[in-house]
Design a binder for this molecule. Sequence first.
Ligand code: AP5
Length: 218
Amino acid sequence: MIAILLGAPGSGKGTQAKVLQEDRGWLHLSTGDMLRAAIQNNTTLGQKAKSYMDKGELVPDAVVIGLIQEQVQSQKKVSRNVPGIILDGFPRTVEQANALKDLLGKLGQKVDKVLYFEINEDDVIRRLSGRRTCPGCGKIYHIESSPPKKEGVCDTCGGELKLRDDDRKEVIQKRLKVYDTQTSPLIEYYKKQKMLHSLDASSAPEKVNKAVQKILGI
Ligand code: AP5
């Protein structure tokens, strides 16, 4: 099963993807995580991506499509042994969605379900401004709704928790605009293909998780 998690920044895609990975053994492919790893490793791709990400803009389609192609190829063996693959934050434009269809088609595969995380803008702003992430293991926290046991320290690996550079207020606004203009057309795109399954992403994480499991049939 290949499932796409689609939704605004901060709608909870990463949180749910990590639960599916940890509890169910799904393969989690996040273009945001891949790009942040490239930045951390100071690769040429990372240097290029950083200038877009810091401004809240999308990294050019060709770069991200190349990244996903590489991942899908290198994970080909692994993906046969997992119950499912979650694409988190990809595709984000219609061009990316078409490229994904072609790429999977060549491998005799297809996207099975698209889970659309519905949420309002006020909730998103509250979530992103309170989010803290662990650069070491990627665990996601929120200072109010899911704080670490010890302030500023990751429960899992002891790493120092950080506010993401693109979770500053002015960048959040820009990301929301970019989502509206460039990513939200995918809702109609997948609705037309009868793949879209909407869920209420504003409820508590456990409730969202139940909705995710129901849609995935697990
Ligand atoms: P990316 O990392 O993909 O960011 P995003 O899509 O903006 O999503 P977020 O990670 O911000 O939010 P999320 O939905 O995963 O929410 P989370 O679970 O963390 O992309 C970053 C940048 O990379 C982009 O802006 C772009 O520049 C570039 N990029 C990435 N992919 C690209 C692509 N395909 N094409 C081009 N450019 C690309 O939760 C948020 C907070 O809420 C956390 O604090 C969490 O604890 C809390 N929370 C989660 N669920 C709940 C809940 N149910 N109740 C209460 N709190 C909750």
